[in-house]
Design a binder for this molecule. Structure first.
Ligand SMILES: *[C@@H]1O[C@H](CO)[C@@H](O)[C@H](O)[C@H]1NC(C)=O
Length: 330
């Protein structure tokens, strides 16, 4: 014989199962939803990061990204709160089932109980569905909000970037203009540059003295007013001044020695790279060679065209530049 309680439990059993399975389905559904939303948020923040990575280097952009990441974190926090609420609801459900069980003990017969059980379960079910739907729509709203605010911010960032690039362009143009103005000044471009000659008289009167900036009226060529002096009187001996870059040559000045023997440098021909500028064919203290238009050179050559010496106080090259190769030859 079944006792009354056993009978009641037997009646109740399918409903308990039903309640548990409803509850389980609801919970699984919510968990799925929460996971899917988290995934989506993670993807959004990833793609955002990727997009922002292409604009790295701009502090402002980084700040905005940090803000956006904060927002994503906030949403994750809200998701956690909602998950908690669902858990609460679940525990309430369990409580209610337990209540029912205890009510059961004080009730007789299955029919009344069955009715009450069905009612309660239906109520719980519809409550659960409502809550899930409510949360779903809240999530969708939040995500839509986030999307639109992300879109707005990206728009802001892009226009800021375009602005910055415009400003930068303007600054570059200004610097460019300054460089061009500075380069257009005709000035001394040979002093203290590298020099070379085939041989050096007494190993003391170096080619360097031709560009040392000293070209006074003193005849003291071994001391106060040193000169360049070739070590022999051979044809085709050369003094080379390396300008160190590509310059537009304006004028070359050649200062002859002061003390005596100005004829020893006769026969010297002056070249800007391949371009012939003039020769020393009379005895003078200063020769001035004006280059033609568009004479560009890296080196100045002073070549002795006859078997004679070359003893010069100073060689001065005036010009503009330097220029990049592609600015001159294109
Ligand atoms: C002097 O040096 C230049 C440059 O290296 C060379 O072309 C020239 O032949 C030399 N002259 C003599 C006479 O050796």
């Amino acid at each position: 014989m079944l006792t009354a309680i056993q009978l009641v439990l037997l009646c109740l059993f399918p409903y308990v199962l039903l309640a548990e399975s409803e509850e389980a389905t609801g919970q699984a559904y919510l968990e799925n939803e929460v996971r899917a939303l988290k995934d989506q948020l993670q993807k959004e923040s990833l793609s955002l990061r990727e997009e922002m990575n292409s604009h790295l280097g701009d502090n402002l952009l980084l700040l905005q990204v940090i803000e956006l990441i904060k927002e994503v974190k906030e949403i994750q926090g809200r998701l956690m709160v909602q998950a908690e609420q669902i858990e609460n609801m679940e525990s309430k459900l369990v409580e209610k089932v337990e209540d029912l069980e205890s009510t059961l003990e004080s009730n007789k017969g299955c029919e009344k109980l069955e009715l009450k059980m069905v009612e309660t379960i239906t109520e719980l079910q519809s409550g659960l569905v409502e809550k899930i739907e409510d949360q779903e729509s809240k999530f969708m709203e939040t995500i839509t909000d986030l999307e639109s605010s992300l879109g707005e911010k990206m728009g802001d960032v892009k226009s800021k970037l375009a602005n910055d690039i415009g400003t930068l362009d303007f600054k570059v143009t200004k610097v460019d203009t300054k460089i061009k103005v500075w380069r257009s000044e005709v000035r001394l471009i040979s002093q203290q540059k590298l020099t070379w000659q085939n041989s050096t008289h007494a190993e003391k009167l170096f080619s360097e003295y031709a560009v040392d900036g000293v070209y006074t009226g003193s005849g003291d060529l071994w001391g106060l007013n040193p000169i360049q002096h070739m070590g022999g009187n051979k044809r085709n001996y050369m003094l080379i001044v390396d300008l160190g870059g590509l310059f537009k040559v304006h004028t070359v000045k050649v200062w002859n020695r002061v003390d005596c023997c100005q004829s020893q440098s006769l026969g010297v021909m002056v070249y800007a790279d391949e371009e012939f500028l003039g020769g020393l064919n009379d005895e003078k203290l200063l020769y001035t060679f004006r280059a033609g238009e568009d004479v560009y050179a890296r080196k100045i050559y002073l070549k002795q065209s006859i078997p004679n010496w070359m003893n010069l106080r100073e060689v001065q090259v005036f010009g503009t530049g330097p220029f990049a190769e592609e600015e001159v030859y294109n």
